[in-house]
Design a binder for this molecule. Structure first.
Ligand code: FAD
Length: 324
């Protein structure tokens, strides 16, 4: 499908990165042969294949023998793509679910006005808002890599965000489909396609554990990354719950025992702290309060188990498409 491919191949100096074009400069087809298209769970519009290169033309990219560090530059960007892509899948799923519930009456009353559905929709909206906030903060860092703080932030949060946002998406989209009842299981609703697409982002470009190990690598090998994280989190922006979360995170990093075993929990806690901070800064009190109460406080293990006392109506209204 692509006009060019970045690929690794062995030379006398070891693995090296090459750019392989689909067509040669004289417009003839390059010599690569597709042996088989892969039969995938989803992501079907993006063909994946097993290929053979026989006399193919390719240009070396970067230094010979340093293929992995060269291609990793691209991988950092595609990990960001995974964050943005999963945020977008969640937003689309939320849009479909909240629109459906704003129009579907059950027992004579709109679903969007029924307390239990409000709890579910608000929880899905919080996930979507938090994913978008973290993705856009990463986008800002990538736009300012010449700034030391932003470069270190990007180094760490590429792995944190890729792990957390991509992990949250499949269950969130499943729940959004369920808001639409049987219709959400039918292809016309588009939810099945969103659901099939979601898991690929957590697997490719380095799967979950690999991201969490990369978080540990960034924190231990890159000087100043831990300081950047805590200066970014600050003192909790006046919120005691976030301040307590940050203190716990600091204590968790002082204890280096079993650190690989705990890497998923640590990565999750970094992500939640950053998302809470970003939502506080974004200035919608209903959203930030509910996010902090549920993600940093006590809430259930599935979507739709938010604690009491939150302005769920405001959160749902904000996420529901208007005028349709
Ligand atoms: C649709 C699709 C398209 C793809 N396209 C490309 C492409 O264009 N180019 C390309 O190069 N690759 C591509 N990939 C490959 C993809 O990046 C890898 O499949 C993915 O990174 C996982 O690596 P792996 O398959 O080697 O699994 P493995 O490395 O065998 O990992 C298996 C499991 O073990 C975990 N794991 C690995 N190491 C550790 C550890 N030390 N401790 C604990 N757990 C660990 C992983 O997180 C994973 O859950 C594609 C994959 C898919 C699904």
């Amino acid at each position: 499908m692509c006009d060019a491919f970045l690929t690794l191949a062995q030379t006398d100096k070891g693995l090296t990165c090459f750019l392989l074009p689909r067509h040669r400069p004289d417009d003839t087809r390059n010599q690569f042969y597709i042996q088989r298209l892969k039969n995938k769970l989803g992501n079907c519009s993006n063909a994946s294949s097993e290929v053979e290169f026989r006399g193919a033309l390719a240009w070396m990219v970067g230094e010979e023998g340093r293929g992995v560090p060269t291609i990793i530059e691209m991988v950092a960007m595609t990990r960001f793509d995974c964050m943005v892509g999963s945020s977008a899948l969640m937003r689309q799923a939320l849009t479909q679910a909240s629109h459906h519930c704003a129009h579907r009456k059950v027992g004579g009353k709109l679903l969007s006005e029924q307390p239990l559905m409000q709890n579910v929709l608000a929880d899905l909206a919080l996930e979507s808002e938090a994913a978008l906030a973290l993705s856009l903060r990463m986008g800002k860092a990538l736009d300012h890599l010449d700034d030391g703080h932003e470069a270190k932030f990007a180094r760490l949060v590429t792995a944190v965000g890729k792990y957390w946002i991509c992990k949250r998406a499949p269950a969130m989209i499943n729940e959004a489909a369920e808001c639409m009842g049987g219709a959400g299981y039918v292809e016309d609703s588009i939810l099945p396609r969103l659901y099939r697409e979601a898991p690929v982002n957590s697997t490719w470009e380095g799967s979950g554990n690999v991201q969490c190990l990369d978080v540990l690598r960034a924190l231990s090998k890159e000087p100043g990354v831990l300081d950047v994280l805590f200066s970014e989190l600050g003192d909790g922006h006046g919120d005691k719950r976030l301040a307590a979360h940050i203190s716990q995170l600091q204590a968790a990093f002082k204890d280096t025992g079993d650190i690989q075993y705990r890497a998923r929990q640590l990565t999750e806690d970094i992500a939640l702290g950053l998302q809470a901070k970003l939502l506080l800064e974004a200035g919608n009190a209903a959203v930030s309060d509910a996010f902090i109460a549920s993600r940093l406080g006590g809430a259930g293990r599935v979507y739709g188990a938010l604690p009491r006392g939150l302005d769920v109506e405001a959160i749902v209204a904000r996420s529901t498409p208007q005028g349709f």
